[in-house]
Design a protein around this ligand. Structure first.
Ligand SMILES: *[C@@H]1O[C@H](CO)[C@@H](O)[C@H](O)[C@H]1NC(C)=O
Ligand SMILES: *[C@@H]1O[C@H](CO)[C@@H](O)[C@H](O)[C@H]1NC(C)=O
Ligand SMILES: *[C@@H]1O[C@H](CO)[C@@H](O)[C@H](O)[C@H]1NC(C)=O
Length: 371
């Protein structure tokens, strides 16, 4: 165990330097600081951006070795360290987003709040913690904040202007598609559901707009068919040249096309809104295709799980549970637990995302800093 941590720490140290250098190089020479006044951020989504919401909300245990690399304890994030959203916050020099449901954090949520929860879907819309429920939580948060903002200590709470200038981030859909497949639905039955899923996201964006929100940052969904979990559980094998499930990835790509199109529609409909669509799929798939270049030896195998090669995933013995094993160097793996990425992989995804090459229209993340 001792060497394991030693490696991780050393790696973390060097990788942090690497990421800092890349982030620095992205800075425009004229800008004195990336972000003198970071935006308030509200995030909605699933485990890809849950910074501890499931644990806070349901008390569901997410234990070590989650968090071992960066936080050195489990924070409720499903990774060995930081998630993409953490790197995005750090790129603006703002503190990491706290889960809305975190009752002991002592936070007044001045920098925003995270409503994302592990396992969330868009549909059905009235079960915890579907996107619509996350929206309702936000609406409650907003009305309570405004109420408190009008009291004597009001400046400690987000004001109407704060909500208006905030950045609204959404990263959801992966579980809707995954759940359809896992219920035994075919590819065509699954893709039939996509328009309803997108329509749900659109409804939530319009509601946030009606509430004053004008800045949106929308992530599309990653290559579902490259997750070790899916690869180990799906019996019908339709693998592409990189070893990923074609039908799962096709469904994800179709979802993304329709999401992209919906964002285009909304840009016409809500003329004074800024809506950025980010191609997470392209970023993640290129990581798998070029895994050697990044030092990922086994792009389709989980670092933490059970069963060994080729996927190291077993639904009965998942990461952190009795009997599971964990690799020595998470930096050699894209997949942390068969579903979620390692901090190393998340850091590379972040650097690529911040390059603007994957956002539509091309927009730097610090565009949303208050001036
Ligand atoms: C980042 O935030 C810290 C603490 O708020 C501040 O001291 C520092 O100047 C900031 N750095 C940049 C580059 O804005
Ligand atoms: C305002 O904040 C101060 C310092 O945090 C505290 O002592 C005081 O009780 C607060 N007043 C109200 C009305 O909440
Ligand atoms: C998981 O447990 C169930 C019930 O005991 C069993 O039927 C199934 O084969 C197990 N799956 C794996 C991959 O071991």
């Amino acid at each position: 165990m001792a060497t394991l941590f030693c490696h991780s720490d050393t790696f973390s140290f060097f990788f942090t330097i690497f990421v800092s250098l890349v982030l620095l190089s992205l800075r425009q020479p004229s800008a004195a600081a990336i972000c003198q006044a970071p935006p308030v951020i509200f995030n909605f989504g699933d485990s890809n951006s849950d910074t501890g919401g499931l644990v806070a909300g349901l008390g569901y245990p997410i234990g070590f070795p989650n968090g071992r690399l960066f936080f050195r304890r489990s924070t409720g994030r499903l990774s060995d360290g930081r998630l993409l959203i953490d790197f995005l916050c750090q790129s603006l020099n703002t503190s990491l987003l706290r889960p809305y449901l975190d009752s002991l954090g002592g936070s007044r949520f001045q920098n925003g709040a995270n409503f994302a929860i592990v396992g969330s879907t868009t549909l059905p819309k009235n079960v915890p913690f579907a996107l619509n429920i996350q929206l309702m939580q936000f609406l409650h948060f907003k009305s309570r904040s405004l109420e408190l903002a009008s009291t004597s200590n009001g400046s400690m709470f987000i004001s109407e202007d704060g909500f208006k200038n905030a950045l609204y981030m959404i990263d959801i859909g992966q579980n809707d598609i995954a759940r359809s497949f896992s219920k035994g639905n075919s590819y065509s039955q699954t893709v039939e559901l996509i328009p309803q899923i997108i329509s749900e996201i659109k409804t939530v964006m319009k509601k946030l707009y009606d509430e004053g929100g004008r800045r949106f940052w929308i992530h599309n969904t990653g290559p579902l068919g490259c997750l070790p979990q899916k690869l180990s559980m799906v019996k019908r094998r339709d693998l592409d040249q990189h070893g990923c499930l074609t039908s799962y990835n096709s469904a994800a790509k179709l979802f993304n096309q329709i999401l992209d199109h919906m964002c285009e529609e909304l840009r016409t409909e809500l003329r004074d809104a800024t809506i950025i669509y980010v191609d997470i799929y392209a970023i993640k798939y290129s990581l798998i295709v070029n895994s050697n270049k990044y030092g990922f030896g086994r792009p389709l195998m989980a670092c933490c799980g059970y069963g060994g090669s080729p996927y190291n995933y077993n639904v009965n013995i998942t990461c952190g549970h009795r009997g599971s094993n964990v690799c020595d160097k998470g930096s050699h793996f894209i997949s942390w637990d068969g579903i979620h990425y390692t901090e190393t992989a998340n850091a590379i995804v972040a650097v690529k995302l911040l390059s603007m090459q994957y956002s539509k229209p091309p927009t730097p993340f610090h565009f949303f800093c208050r001036r």
